[in-house]
Design a binder for this molecule. Sequence first.
Ligand code: BGC
Length: 723
Amino acid sequence: MDNPQLTALLRQMTLEEKVAQLLQLTAHFHEGAASEGQVTGPMEEMGITESMVNASGSVLGLSGAQAVIDVQRSYLSKSRLGIPLLFMADVVHGFKTIFPIPLAIGCSWDVDLAEKSAAVAAKESAAAGIHVTFAPMVDLVRDPRWGRVMETTGEDPYLNSLFARAFVRGYQGGNLKEDTDRLAACVKHFAAYGAPEGGRDYNTVDMLERQLRETYLPAYKAALDEGCAMVMTSFNTVDGIPATGNEKLTRGILREEWGFDGVVISDWASIREMTAHGAAEDDREAAYRAIRAGVDIEMMTPCYVRHLPELVQSGLVDEALIDEAVLRILRLKEKLGLFDNPLRGADPERERQVLFCEEHRQVSYELAAKSCVLLKNDGVLPLRPGAKVALIGPFANSEDILGWWSCVGVKEDAVKVGDPLAERMQDGLLEIAPGCGIGRMTPEQCEAALAAARGADIIVLALGEESAMSGEGGSRTDIRLPEGQLELVKRVKSLGKPMAAVLFNGRPLDLHGVYDEADAVLEAWFPGSEGGAAIADILLGRINPSGRLTMSFPQSAGQVPVYYNHFNTGRPLDPAKTEERYVSKYIDCPNEPLLPFGFGLSYTTFEYGEVSLSGSEMTPEQPLIVSVRVTNTGTRTGVETVQLYIRDVAGDVVRPVRELKGYAQVELAPGESETVTFTVTEEQLRYHHSDLRYASDPGTFRVYVGPNSRDTAEQTFKLVRSN
Ligand code: BGC
């Protein structure tokens, strides 16, 4: 169907049918409507009638090819105009084959592999009948107390933007109509959901528009520039107005300024929640605000379906607003080819073939291997061949390694770290003991762990948070490892043996009680279906770890938010004079995080030569070339992530102490060198001025190159205008 045909279809719709198109419900409403024809349970509570369900536009959270086919067929058999349903779900880091959590994917700095993971997730879920995924989540984060940091790629706007694009490419491919192995993507949560006060989920977000535009908006924009089909609003307020009813944000920035003409969906119940926020007296007012703001689909509450018809009839809402919204939804259905092929990719046979197939598990393995970050290594890793190893801790044999939002992933299918380790080590060299539960240690568990540890040359602790301790609704104020595990570390440490720790968690942790105690620390995050295999291979040295942090690890929660691209203040702390009082510092903790953005070790070492610039000046027409020679000075082949940061020394508004502007990953054999070159353009030096103007200023800049955001070499250049 072309646009005129869709408009003609719209003209045939009654107001009630149009408004029902804007309603999204879970599948059990359809099952209810299909059964007795009675209005029961949640439908009755919500004031939703059977005819509303029978004309609703989309379904949330249903998957499984046969189930989707059944619902679509039964729906279409009752549909007056034959408009097919859209099926949407949260395919966040894999469908059945689960990939590492997005924060871990970020730490791979490998956007091509991230794209591949999204393509795999799309292929599996499209076969299971899904049309749209509620991903990528690209909210920028600076507060590890917030449980949803696990869903994002981190604290940097540039890197988040690259990943946003990669995920959209992977999910959507080039042609949603032809390529039924792909999904439409829905970038979320617009906007700034990642900045809730105190890290408490759903909490207030309050920031200047300049900050919003400079730091938080770029990744959403990047997803849209890549052609992302949908946008989901966020639960939080932005400048005092809930994002779901925020005209300036959705109608203004998103639609008018950025030209986005795809579908905007509310988050779960976020239209109705405007009343709890205190931005609407009742559902009717909430519906009024949301439709005016440009929100097309209402997820799981009935404000639109119950109140929009009357709001139109009373003249308060122009029917043109409803028409716009419906047309956008019809266009998405058309873009996915649903009018010609309402079952699209849903195919039970294909589902059996592709879900969790060997090829997909291999991609998950590769990504897990690249996402692990070696945080410390005083020589105990990789494990010495022939050494007796005691693997101790609640994650030694835990299946809880998929992480939150693991869709239809099956925990029991996940490769636990103990199994491949046992398979790959000689008989008799590995002992496994849980040591404690997630939060508690019994005397018996402790005894068994100590006995295993006594007989070993090296102890490997497998510690962490259970998956429900992060994710939505998973905020914490104390981000240390749970008490029982800290006790376990202490007890095992008392034996005085070499000790490595592998961490499974969904956020940067306060590593008190483990970082200093262990001789090596490997951050494995929630590594997904093949996580155990990848970790075993890293521990045994078959894989050289190459992950780099994309979120700073704080010294303690008291330092939060702590992030690398902060401002300098008028009284920065001079590291040589930490005793000075009247400078910006804590008296009980350093300013620096424990581990900075970009940080990660390898089993080999890299040396950086001098940073050289193509000149001392650049112009808008003549970019600057920055180069550095990197050499593998160790004994193993390894991948180094060479990072380029820039600081604008003085701006109209103060500028961050450094900002990532580029990076390159190079694989080098022992003794091998490579010259890495970056091009710095004037465009990369632009920022939002006090009047929100986005431009660069002539003047002095510093450029930093190194293996992370802290350990860099520096040069200076000037931006000059040619005339
Ligand atoms: C989450 C969204 C998710 C939606 C649908 C909400 O609670 O905030 O990220 O897409 O549920 O499952």
